[in-house]
Design a binder for this molecule. Structure first.
Ligand code: NAD
Length: 486
């Protein structure tokens, strides 16, 4: 008998024209809990017509929204933050049940939503232009203006956080937003819609649920000039292609990662082992773009690090995501679980050594749902698929190195370039290595921590554009130059 907790089934609705709405097509998407396999609700399966309605409402609302003062728009964001804070328990329950992620981690997601709204509300006054003197009778100045309607399409792993993080800055900059959550975990976005419908003016935020068809309709809509996307490289490329068939659009892409963690021989072994496990984000079952899933350990300390890492990974408490002491929950879907299992087979066939996990756990509670043990491969080579492809699951690959140039070449040899970690007590070596790594966000003697105002984004196929901080806010504006002859 299944003993893991779940929630009563909920019916979510879209937010269009300020109203909670069903799909024009009348169809629904069923939401299944990854941890119990239970039906936890349904959301409308949106259509192109629903996107049309949402864009039309967003466009009508945008002029009045942009005409408000920064303080007025910021006030709305603060009200939304307060309303989310008041609904924390409900949001948390939906988020844990629909993602399978452990409650400890998801508490951080909810508080980061509230904080992000408050942060960008406060940053609104920084939307300033420049004055540029040129000659005694000419003055140049710049203004930052909103694009108009922004389309935001997000991935499944942090459904609410990615939704809210992506609406705060465009809204304070005077845009209106159409949000599309992932069809895999859409329930929390519909609750966000319900809350926002009581706080924001009609049309300022629209939420259209559905799959790729809805995303594609947002991307191709001629009135949506600015797009921001979080998801896979494959979809990111499809979005760039589709948008280019319609118009010139401004697109930011936060895509996948296969991130290196490089350990030099002088690094403290026990701290490295703990950081390597933390960097894998087992708390989200490894389903994180910034997971440092390639651990490069110097030959001289390799065996010792593997042993420590393996011990820590075997000690991870996997189980009911609703329990506070759970350190790892369930994989988002059966299809994704099958893909992760397949990577274990691939790794073994390629000659990597399985030193932890590699299978579904057994015991009470694990009979249903999508469960997989935290997994470690040692003796991985950089030419293996488990070292080159984003698995987006709880599989850590440990590689061996002995030459600094060679390890940097290996680290840079994949299509991705999102995060990286470098561990050494030699600061010159650390900074020289960080400068040579083709990654957008690098930790030296650390891992996994994110700071609100520090830009985050990828090199190479991990994306384009930077989120968080003032650069993100600017990215939702177009800069207009005005030259005044005196
Ligand atoms: P995905 O690309 O399959 O889907 C993401 C979103 O795109 C979903 O809402 C989906 O419905 C939509 N979509 C699918 N096809 C579309 C199309 N043709 N046009 C428009 N929209 C379309 O990604 P996923 O499986 O949900 O998420 C996992 C991926 O996201 C991983 O690669 C992960 O690394 C990445 N990710 C990146 C970051 C980051 O900040 N860089 C953060 C989280 C996840």
């Amino acid at each position: 008998m299944n003993q893991f907790k779940t929630i009563p089934a909920a019916t979510g609705r879209m937010l269009i024209e300020g109203q909670l709405s069903e799909s024009l097509g009348g169809k629904w998407i069923t939401c299944i809990s990854p941890s119990t396999g239970a039906d936890i609700g349904k959301v409308p399966d949106g259509t192109t017509g629903d996107v049309e309605r949402a864009v039309s409402a967003a466009q009508s609302a945008q002029t009045n929204w942009a005409a408000l003062s920064v303080a007025q728009r910021a006030h709305y964001l603060l009200k939304l933050a307060d309303a989310l804070a008041a609904s924390t328990d409900e949001l948390l329950a939906i988020e844990v049940a629909s993602t399978g992620n452990s409650i400890t981690g998801m508490k951080g997601d909810i508080s980061s939503c509230i904080e992000r709204l408050r942060y960008f509300a406060g940053l609104g006054y920084e939307l300033q232009g420049n004055t540029i003197p040129e000659s005694s009778n000419k003055l140049n100045l710049t203004l930052r203006e909103p694009y108009g309607v922004v389309g935001r399409i997000v991935a499944f792993n942090h459904p609410l956080a990615m939704a809210v993080h992506g609406i705060a800055s465009p809204l304070v900059a005077g845009n209106t937003v159409i949000l599309k959550p992932s069809e895999q975990c859409p329930l929390s976005a519909t609750l966000l819609g319900e809350i926002a419908s009581k706080v924001l003016p009609a049309g300022v935020l629209s939420i259209v649920t559905g799959g790729a068809e809805v995303g594609n309709a947002i991307v191709r809509h001629p009135q949506v000039k600015r797009l921001s996307f979080v998801g896979s490289v494959r979809t990111g490329l499809a979005i760039q292609r589709a948008a280019a068939e319609v118009a010139v659009k401004s697109i930011s892409l936060e895509l996948g990662g296969k991130n290196p963690f490089i350990v030099f021989p002088d690094a403290p072994i026990e701290q490295v082992a703990k950081a390597a496990v933390l960097g894998m984000n087992f708390i989200w079952q490894g389903q994180s773009c910034s997971s440092t899933s390639r651990l490069f350990v110097h030959d001289s300390i390799y065996d010792e690090v593997v042993q420590h890492v393996t011990e820590h990974v075997r000690a991870i408490r996997i189980g009911d995501p609703f329990e506070d002491d759970t350190q790892m929950g369930a994989i988002v879907s059966q299809a994704h679980l099958a893909s992760i299992e397949n990577y274990v087979r691939i790794g073994q066939d390629e000659g990597a050594r399985l030193v932890a996990g590699g299978k579904r756990p057994t015991g009470t509670g694990f009979e249903k749902g999508n469960w997989f043990e935290p997994t470690v491969f040692s003796e991985v080579r950089q030419d293996m698929r488990v070292a080159r492809e984003e698995i987006f699951g709880p599989i850590l690959s440990i590689l061996r190195w002995s030459d600094t140039d060679e390890v940097i070449d290996m680290a840079n040899s994949v299509e991705y370039g999102l995060t990286a970690a470098v561990w050494t007590s030699d600061i010159t070596k650390a900074i020289t290595t960080a400068k040579r790594l083709q990654s957008g966000y690098i930790w030296i003697n650390g891992v996994n921590t994110h700071v609100r105002s520090v830009p985050f984004g990828g090199y190479k196929n991990s994306g384009t554009g930077r989120e968080r901080g003032i650069e993100e806010l600017y990215s939702y504006t177009e800069e207009k130059s005005i030259q005044i002859t005196l």
